[in-house]
Ligand binder design. Structure first.
Ligand SMILES: *Cc1c(COP(=O)(O)O)cnc(C)c1O
Length: 229
């Protein structure tokens, strides 16, 4: 079996190369995606220096976060679709929720974040490609949504997130990443949400192109941990 340290080192090097090439060295964070990865293996990534992890299901994540609670300084991002009835748990377990995709969910999260006395950083998930199988806001709805979010005192809009279609040639999805970046600029400059700086885009198959198009956060699973069962 491939060693996690090797996969991690290789991915970090590719991120460094790509971000240097576009003059943004050190500006791209790695979210190591650990869905289906057991705590013992996550701990190997931690020991190799990784501190930021992404999970796509609340229950699976909660169990791992508890199992690994002795490790200091770890950030967990929720990157998968969140059902409203799990919002309370999500507001407790995650440092950032990347997958806010409806007004009703945003209101729920805001309420629960208030209950635990925190301001929860969130990203808006945008369905840029319009695939029916995908969650996320329609791109045209994002500016108005960002405006409404300002009325929720316990959420902080940090940026936008998207999942590009699965393609064999990552060049095909370059326009998807470019569109998300333009949308982020609109939310910052035209809507005036200055905290909206992050672009969570890029996965194992397409992260180099995403970095070239302005990604500040790549979410990578298979390229580090190997294929999922
Ligand atoms: C699984 C997943 C990833 C990582 O995908 P890989 O192809 O394993 O790199 C990224 N983002 C989301 C939302 C995911 O569910």
């Amino acid at each position: 079996m491939a060693r996690v340290e090797d996969g991690l080192a290789r991915v970090l090097e590719e991120i460094a190369e790509a971000s240097e090439r576009v003059n943004r060295p050190g500006e791209v964070a790695l979210v190591a995606v650990t869905k289906t990865v057991p705590p013992t293996v996550i701990q190997q990534a931690y020991e190799a220096g990784q501190r930021l992890f992404g999970e796509n299901r609340v229950q699976e994540a909660a169990e791992k976060i508890e199992a690994l609670s002795a490790l200091g300084g770890v950030d967990w991002h929720l990157i998968g679709h969140l059902q409203r009835n799990k919002a309370k748990q999500a507001a407790r377990w995650f440092s950032t929720v990347e997958s806010v995709d409806s007004a009703s969910l945003a209101r729920k999260l805001d309420g629960h974040a208030g209950e635990v006395g925190r301001r929860l950083p969130v990203l808006l998930e945008v369905n840029v490609s319009g695939e029916e199988s995908k969650f996320g806001l329609h791109p045209d709805d994002v500016p108005q949504f960002a405006r409404e979010l300002r009325a929720l005192p316990h959420l902080e809009l940090r940026g936008l997130m998207t999942i590009a279609p699965l393609v064999s040639d990552p060049e095909e999805v370059r326009p998807v990443f470019r569109r998300l970046r333009k949308l982020r600029d609109t939310v910052r400059q035209d809507v005036g949400v200055e905290s909206c700086t992050e672009l969570s885009m890029g996965m194992s198959g397409d992260f180099v192109v995403a970095i070239e198009e302005g990604s500040t956060m790549v979410r990578i699973g298979r390229a580090i941990f190997g294929e999922r069962p």
